[in-house]
Ligand binder design. Structure first.
Ligand code: URP
Ligand code: ZN
Ligand code: ZN
Length: 484
């Protein structure tokens, strides 16, 4: 078993920051030691990684990715191999992707398909949520078994009628079953029935450009659907996680529910914090690069979301990584915006982009870690195995260099997609070294990962309201000493 000492860095967790050496033994974190105090404890061979001037943080956990996802007659362009390598470059050491129940088939069949796709391919650990696209009695019956097998969260769609859409009755039944089995319901909250009317009217008027994708998905329809999802979850007594929240109206609904003590959690994504709706109006189909659902919004919404990240009304930043190449994939939407596959690339840039919130003084370092690793782990049954630097936890960690400065772009990223949504953006800070279960997979800027290193991680059921609001009786999870 190999041992590693990450020395002289500043260890940052959601609970606090301090100068510490992190000792790794095999696949686990063995101890956090006072700087330089390890030598009497450490006997035998140990690899030393110098983290002077660097931050040492738990590996990132991206609980919203779509590798090789079928959509609109094509597949998202990152495979589990390429997508997890790109994630590793960006300091993410665990993804939770979405297996899909095919319509007319069972969730179990969907899980088997996705398990086969990922098996032996991933560079980092991975788990699955289940997309329920056909809420039948059989599907409801299977939920308990899936929870037992570590698939403890189920995504439902209020959008995409005829594809993934569930009506309110199906949603309520799924939520009741989730409540009875310890599962969490994840909701794509946009009113798809109303959106389809607006889409039909736009096309009938000859309005076919990518910008119409945004115009036909107004923020009020996200707010309305979020409200409805919260009411139904309250009725079913089921924990609710709103995925890819983009709109101030939706955030207001989540805030009201959380203030009333309802277990409702919101996730947003970097694209909703940084990218403006005007990007969908680019010349010559350029706008298609920015088509995702919900759509990009204006800076007013960005500001509200940043405030939500600070106040914990938004609990998680994930990416909704769902890349489609501009050539041949996004281009399918020439002359009809409804044919543009929905989704943006981003799995590689999440830690860096959220870190810009630290630079701007909007977030603390601890909150950065909480949003990108600890809370995702807690909400999705991975904590304390992942998302912390506790002795006994998986040795997934990142050495982050706050002094690095880079420009993002398609020429330098590692995602299998021919454009960057953040082309030309300057980033302060950067990932230097990444360790996944005790293996150095990014070594001071050199990739040393491999397909098949990543393992499927079964997740435990939702554990109640264990995520405190910032500063409210937070558990300290940074303690020096105590090898395990
Ligand atoms: O546009 C998006 N978000 N594509 C991925 C599928 C989804 O709804 O998350
Ligand atoms: Zn969605
Ligand atoms: Zn998604």
């Amino acid at each position: 078993m190999s041992r590693i000492l990450v020395e002289r860095g500043v260890a940052v967790t959601s609970g606090g920051s301090m100068a510490a050496d992190v000792l790794i033994d095999g696949e686990r974190i063995a101890a956090l030691l006072a700087p330089g105090s390890g030598d009497p404890v450490i006997r035998g061979e140990v690899r030393r990684i110098d983290a002077t001037g660097k931050l040492v943080v738990p590996g990132g956990i991206d609980v919203h990715t779509h590798m090789e996802m079928p959509f609109g007659g094509t597949y998202s362009s990152d495979t589990f191999a390429t997508g997890t390598q790109a994630a590793a470059w960006g300091g993410t050491t665990t993804i939770v992707d979405f297996a899909i129940q095919p319509r007319g088939a069972s969730p179990r069949q969907g899980l088997e398909t996705w398990m086969q796709r990922a098996d032996g391919k991933c560079a980092i650990d991975y788990g699955f949520h289940m997309i329920l696209s056909d809420v039948t009695d059989q599907a409801l019956k299977e939920m308990e078994g899936l929870v037992g097998d570590g698939v403890t969260s189920f995504k439902l769609f209020m959008a995409y009628p005829g594809v993934f859409y569930s009506d309110d009755g199906q949603i309520l039944r799924a939520m009741q079953t989730a409540a009875a089995t310890g599962a969490t319901v994840m909701m794509h909250a946009e009113n798809g029935i109303a959106i389809d009317v607006l889409v039909e009217q736009a096309l009938a008027s000859g309005l076919t450009d990518p910008r119409m994708h945004g115009a036909t998905r107004p923020s009020v329809l996200e707010g309305e659907a979020t409200h409805r999802a919260i009411v139904l979850a309250g009725l079913a007594d089921c924990p609710l996680y709103i995925v890819h929240l983009s709109a101030a109206e939706a955030l207001a609904e989540v805030t009201t529910a959380r203030d009333a003590g309802q277990p409702v959690f919101a996730e947003t994504c970097p694209q909703y914090l940084f990218l403006d709706e005007g990007l969908m109006s680019g010349q010559d189909l350029e706008g298609a690069k920015y088509v995702c659902s919900p759509p990009l919004r204006s800076s007013h919404h960005h500001d509200m979301l940043w405030n939500g990240l600070g106040s914990d009304d938004v609990s998680v930043v994930a990416t909704d990584h769902c890349p489609f190449c501009f050539k041949d994939q996004k281009e399918r939407g020439r002359g009809d915006f409804t044919k543009i596959p929905n989704g943006l690339p981003g799995v590689e840039h999440r830690l860096d982009l959220v870190y810009q919130g630290v630079i701007a003084g909007r977030l603390t370092l601890e909150r950065w870690v909480e949003l990108t690793a600890t809370t995702p782990a807690r909400l999705f049954g991975l904590y304390p195995r992942k998302g912390s630097l506790l002795p006994g936890s998986d040795a997934d960690l990142v050495v982050y260099d706050p002094a690095k400065v880079r420009t993002l772009g398609a020429a330098s990223h590692h995602m299998a997609v021919d454009y960057s949504a953040y082309e030309g953006m300057q980033i302060e800070g950067g990932v230097e070294t990444v360790i996944s279960r005790g293996e150095v997979i990014l070594d001071n800027g050199t990739f040393r990962g491999r397909e098949g290193h990543g393992r499927f991680v079964p997740r435990t059921p939702f554990e109640g309201l264990s995520v405190p609001r910032p500063g409210a009786g937070r558990k300290k999870d940074l303690v020096l000493g105590g090898t395990k």
